[in-house]
Design a protein around this ligand. Structure first.
Ligand code: ZN
Length: 263
């Protein structure tokens, strides 16, 4: 039977105290932030997304150019899930932290745009996103959702209205460069923060994996929130093992209603 991990109240209080005294908090989020919204961690073996395919063949830029139909057929269940997904309390909590003037940026590995959907303003997407779709021939760019919904409904691949070529969602595929500007912005925010809040990322993938250590070297405190242990827990000042959709709202309400000072 799955038991919900118990959050250590002392660690929770410590996290609230770090956030209270912080001037600039930066959040780093990964797949775990969106699993409560029903989006599976598509890197994990359990989703089955990679079970019968070689990702380098299908989810790579050369695979896309060779056989776009195969790429779209493969991503169909993921696209279906993502266009229907709604932000969860973890996304809401980070948006509220930004509104409270605490959080300066959300750096995310997720492509689902749920931070945008909930209203977060400064979002840095390290692996691209499904918000827009581009033509590889003439660079024409459109909002992705109408194209994806059309594909999901009819099975017809998204076509560039300007030149007729097949369009590709602006997610970073294998073999494509990472978005340089976003990485620079992420590093800049990391160097300027005094608390980094890592939520729902197991920090296995570059360039995100490097950022907590970079923050720590500059003297920032690290708060890690994840369902299970990660190899980077030892770097953290506070480790909270729990569901991000449960822990992050508790941090925000702790900040809003600070406990009375004990003598
Ligand atoms: Zn075009």
């Amino acid at each position: 039977m799955f038991r919900r991990p118990r959050i250590d109240p002392a660690q929770l209080r410590l996290a609230v105290r770090l956030l209270e005294t912080a001037e600039r908090v930066v959040a780093l989020t990964g797949a775990g932030l969106s699993t409560p919204s029903g989006i599976p961690d598509f890197r994990s073996a359990e989703t089955g997304l990679w079970s019968y395919v070689n990702p380098m063949e299908i989810a790579s830029i050369w695979g896309f150019r060779q056989k776009p139909q195969r790429f779209y057929d493969w991503m169909r269940p993921l696209a279906q899930t993502i266009v229907e997904a709604r932000p969860n309390p973890a996304h809401q909590a980070l948006m509220q932290l930004e509104r409270m003037g605490k959080l300066s940026a959300v750096i995310t590995q997720n492509i689902d745009a749920l931070h945008h959907k909930v209203g977060s303003r400064n979002v840095i997407e390290l692996h691209g996103h499904l918000r827009t779709i581009s033509c590889l021939s003439c660079r024409h760019q459109d909002e992705a959702e109408p194209h994806l919904r059309g594909f999901l409904r009819t099975g017809v691949l998204p076509v560039c209205p300007a030149c007729g070529a097949i369009m590709k969602p602006d997610v970073v595929l294998f073999g494509e460069p990472l978005p340089e500007l976003e990485i620079l912005r992420a590093q800049e925010e990391t160097l300027r923060c005094d608390v980094m809040l890592v939520a729902g990322s197991s920090l296995e993938v570059m360039p995100a994996a490097d950022l907590p250590a970079l923050a720590a070297r500059r003297g920032a405190k690290l708060i890690m929130i994840n369902l299970s242990m990660t190899p980077h827990d030892h770097l953290a000042d506070v480790v909270l093992h729990g569901d991000v959709a449960n822990v992050l709202p508790q941090l925000v309400s702790g900040l809003r209603n600070p406990p009375p000072q004990s003598a």
